[in-house]
Design a protein around this ligand. Structure first.
Ligand SMILES: O=C(O)CCC(=O)C(=O)O
Length: 246
């Protein structure tokens, strides 16, 4: 992996940075196996708040939420010291693990992820937070690459509209200027990471290929950031309405 100073300076300039070989080959193999184990052994016992499918309540998985709450391997993965070092270099402050996720785009059926900022879900104030998206498969334009809007994290928290969907319940309202904030695909190889600021608008495409595209994601909170409890309460009430009506 390249040195922390050059990673941090690209992150601070663009609001994201791609880092190849973020995991060692052994770490990558272990993470791939542990995800298979988690899906086989843990997912069958999870509530609908912690596993999302492409359709209904079974079939191809789309998202796994808070794996660290259910499993020690993923708790340790979220707290991986080398990841925290990179996060702290990017933020320029100490940071703590906040939450883990898996975004799973199955071959052929994995659907797109709409544009959003992660702080629409995290509610940090100030918005000192970093998301580390680790590729478990090589990423291509056809299998669901993440796309970032370069520099747009400097626009701060942007408006989102409510989609009334359980996952991706909020979507960016604003149309960004492609000349000011061009869209950049995050084409990383497996074991590489796409690291973004929580105010960087991003989306991901559908998976049109024969192979799955999986990512393990850690969310990190900078030491200055506090969860805005009023914003969180409003978000939680909205999410509860989706579940009650769904
Ligand atoms: O992998 C994806 O499809 C979306 C990931 C994402 O939105 C995120 O990590 O914040």
């Amino acid at each position: 992996m390249e040195d922390l100073t050059s990673i941090a300076s690209r992150f601070q300039r663009d609001g994201f940075v791609l880092v190849e070989n973020f995991l060692s080959p052994d770490e990558l193999t272990t993470l791939q196996h542990e995800l298979t184990r988690y899906i086989d052994q843990v997912v069958p016992h999870l509530s609908s708040r912690h596993v999302f499918y492409e359709a209904g309540d079974n079939g191809p998985i789309k998202h796994l939420t808070s794996l660290d709450l259910h499993d020690d391997f993923f708790k340790q993965m979220l707290s991986r010291p080398a990841t925290l070092q990179v996060v702290e270099a990017c933020l320029g402050t100490p940071a703590e693990p906040f939450a883990s996720e898996v975004f799973y785009k199955h071959a052929h059926v994995g659907t797109e992820t709409p544009y959003h900022q992660d702080n629409a879900y995290l509610h940090f104030d100030p918005a000192d937070g970093v998301v580390v998206w680790i590729a478990l498969d090589d990423v291509t334009l056809d299998n669901g690459a993440m796309h970032y809007r370069k520099g747009a994290y400097e626009l701060g928290d942007l408006d989102h509209f409510e989609t009334n969907l359980p996952l991706f319940s909020k979507q960016l309202s604003a149309e960004l200027d492609p000349a000011q904030n061009p869209e950049v695909p995050a084409l990383v190889k497996q074991g590489g990471a796409a690291i973004h600021h929580i105010q960087t608008p991003h989306r991901a495409g559908p998976n049109r290929t024969d192979h799955d595209r999986r990512a393990f994601v850690g969310n990190y909170q900078g030491s200055r950031a506090r969860v805005d409890e009023q914003r969180k309460a409003a978000h939680d009430a909205y999410t509860a309405r989706i579940y009650n009506e769904g």
